[in-house]
Design a protein around this ligand. Structure first.
Ligand code: GLV
Length: 326
């Protein structure tokens, strides 16, 4: 029997490639840092039974039209806003993602951004680097307390719950907002449900963990920021387009919210000239929510396990549209 053909769109750790090699003929884009040009992606898709993709690959109707053999796409991310899911499902192409394995790592980064933005960690380092650290004075670089503050999490999925769980040691009051109430999270963490307006008004730290979709695109704009406290810190570890970035910039300039910690941006990558970087009250990192050695390796191996299973008739561990399997 001929082995299925799998194409990996970015150089991945050997452990992931090996998993696919057991069952498939494998080809891989050899570059680690350079994305596949669209043309090369379409050519690779044309001959593939399965694709292992990353979040910058656009998997849309055009790609499906160019890929007659395609049966499965394994996205190495929990989010899959880079994929036209309805188009895949119509064609009977399976999509898998990598939930679960990145939850704790991403929640850690949300906390890193809360702490760094709240306590002006990056601004402090920049001050020292610029030779601006003069004699100590009482109100130098004063920030916002995390301990005892109110944490609001918008999006009560796995990552949102993990962000809430970490708050115990910080003596925080917990609130969450979600499409629908999540009684299991309330029971476990004591977080109280609030509608969006209420959580915006109450949170000292507001952490966004919603997936990007039609209902969440542009969810945070001028009207939302105007409801936040002038002492509040806004943190986004989900996807950039859930925030209207120009509105956030204007809001940060008037200090409401007081600061922001951002892992994601409307159009990535951003350059050094991005307007948000000109603001002292912004901590920005380059989409590294899940970027620990262990977690990125596990995401790659899980994506490989998903694709190998899908192409050989076994049940994939984490399918997004299992209905196509019949
Ligand atoms: C990363 O952003 C992911 O969705 O896994």
């Amino acid at each position: 029997m001929t082995r299925p053909r799998a194409y990996i769109t970015r150089r991945l750790p050997d452990a992931a490639v090996e998993i696919l090699r057991r069952d498939c003929e494998v080809e891989m884009w050899p570059e680690e840092q350079t994305p596949m040009p669209r043309e090369a992606l379409l050519r690779a898709a044309a001959g593939a039974d399965g694709l292992l993709t990353i979040l910058v690959d656009r998997i849309d109707q055009d790609l499906l039209d160019a890929a007659p053999r395609l049966r499965a796409v394994a996205n190495m991310a929990v989010g899959y806003d880079n994929v036209d899911l309805p188009a895949l499902t119509r064609r009977g192409v399976l999509l898998t993602n990598t939930p679960g394995v990145l939850t704790e790592t991403t929640a850690d980064l949300a906390w890193a951004l809360m702490l760094a933005a709240g306590r002006r960690v990056v601004e402090g380092q920049k001050l020292i680097e610029a030779g601006g650290w003069g004699p100590w004075y009482p109100m130098q670089m004063v920030g916002q307390d995390i301990y005892g503050a109110t944490l609001g999490v918008v999006g009560a999925g796995r990552i949102g719950a993990a962000v809430l769980r970490r708050a115990r040691g910080f003596g925080m009051s917990l609130r969450y907002h979600n499409r629908r109430p999540a009684p299991a999270i309330e029971a476990e963490t004591g977080a109280q449900y609030r509608d969006l307006d209420a959580i915006l008004a109450e949170a000292d730290f507001l952490v966004v963990t919603v997936p990007l979709g039609p209902e969440t695109r542009g969810m945070f704009g001028a009207a939302q920021f105007a409801q936040m406290k002038p002492t509040s810190v806004f943190v986004n570890v989900s996807r950039g387009p859930v925030v209207r970035e120009a509105d956030l910039e204007a809001a940060l300039r008037v200090g409401r919210p007081w600061a922001a910690g951002l892992d994601v941006f409307e159009r990535e990558p951003i350059g050094a000239d991005h307007p948000l970087l000109g603001l002292p009250n912004v901590v920005a990192v380059p989409h590294i929510g899940s970027a620990s050695v262990a977690t990125r390796t596990r995401m790659a191996t899980l994506a490989a396990e998903n694709l190998a299973a899908a192409l050989t008739g076994r049940a994939p561990p984490t399918p997004v549209n299992p209905e196509v399997l019949g």
